[in-house]
Design a protein. Structure first.
Length: 317
């Protein structure tokens, strides 16, 4: 047998391996990190180098986005990075129609709202009260359901971090009329909320103003209130939301965007606007390609005051 094994070892190879496996002892050992060999590049003077430990610390969310909506936020994909890095509060007109995605952000206290009514201001105050409960919130940005971010969140957050005053887009300085959509610092929101007992007086004042110069209560309330409560109040004038009203057109609402014209792009760039509204669900933040034919449709009770001037305006776009 030994001679045969010496002449034909290949016949006995598998058998020997099988027998060897049967006699190999199974050793179970708890292994520590020190039991592993340290790579040469991590050894210095015979001692393992100490490696710095990177600890990822998540920054507290310090921006509160307060949404006045009919239902849900329209441009969810564009808002996703913002929502992930901020605190969100929603006051919907139709709570039951808010999608499951945004239901967790709906505030507990809601009121009936009506366009061009003090109720819009009251709903905004409710959003601010809820957002103020989180002490990390330092900025409060008012948005609508169809607002669309024009900047990356990191660029937007950096811009806010460099500001020392609340931001209002003034439409008529003589009556402190501003765009409804602003960005306020915590100290100013606190001032507003602590003087709630004086709101009726502010509403009476702006009611008298709006009779002489047609304006919505939400366009007059906030800056007038802050200047009343603090006569030395200071703010930064800036474009939080880009909104476009067509000249020579009687309309209750501004232009609804699906794409942008060259003048829009230039205005957004010049005024450093942060968001845009009003927008269709299909809105894309891109330049509209010009066509050879323009079709104008006037729908409803809104009308064009001066057709010649309006057509001249449109033909140059």
């Amino acid at each position: 047998m030994d001679k045969l094994k010496a002449l034909r070892p290949d016949l006995f190879k598998k058998k020997d391996e099988a027998e060897a496996k049967q006699h190999v002892p199974v050793i179970i050992k708890k292994v520590k990190q020190a039991d592993f060999e340290v790579p040469l590049e991590l050894i210095e003077n015979g001692q393992a180098k100490k490696q710095p430990v990177r600890i990822m610390v998540q920054k507290p969310k310090n921006i509160a986005f307060c949404f006045l909506t009919y239902r849900s936020i329209v441009h969810g994909e564009a808002w996703a990075p913002y929502i992930q890095s901020s605190n969100v509060y929603i006051h919907p007109k139709m709570k039951e129609e808010v999608s499951a995605t945004y239901r967790p952000y709906v505030i507990s206290t809601l009121i009936e709202t009506e366009w061009n009514n003090n109720s819009i201001v009251s709903a905004t105050i409710l959003l601010l009260k809820e957002a103020m409960k989180k002490t990390t919130n330092q900025w409060f940005v008012l948005c609508s359901e169809d607002s669309f971010p024009l900047l990356s969140f990191s660029t937007f957050a950096k811009y806010l971090s460099e500001q020392t005053l609340s931001i209002f887009n003034v439409m008529d300085a003589s009556i402190n009329k501003t765009s409804q959509w602003w960005a306020m610092r915590r100290v100013d929101v606190e001032l507003l909320l602590t003087r709630e007992s004086e709101y009726n007086s502010i509403f009476q004042t702006i009611s008298g103003i709006s009779k002489k110069s047609p304006s919505a209560p939400d366009e007059l309330f906030f800056l007038n209130a802050l200047k009343t409560f603090d006569p030395s109040y200071r703010f930064k004038e800036g474009c939080v939301h880009y909104v476009k009203w067509l000249p020579n057109v009687v309309s209750k609402h501004p232009t609804i965007f699906n794409r942008l014209l060259e003048e829009d792009v230039e205005s957004i760039r010049t005024n450093k606007c942060l968001f845009i509204r009003k927008t269709f669900p299909t809105f894309q933040n891109t330049l509209l390609s010009k066509k050879g034919v323009c079709i104008i449709m006037c729908v409803g009770t809104e009308s064009i005051q001066e057709y010649d001037e309006f057509l001249h305006y449109v033909s140059n776009k």
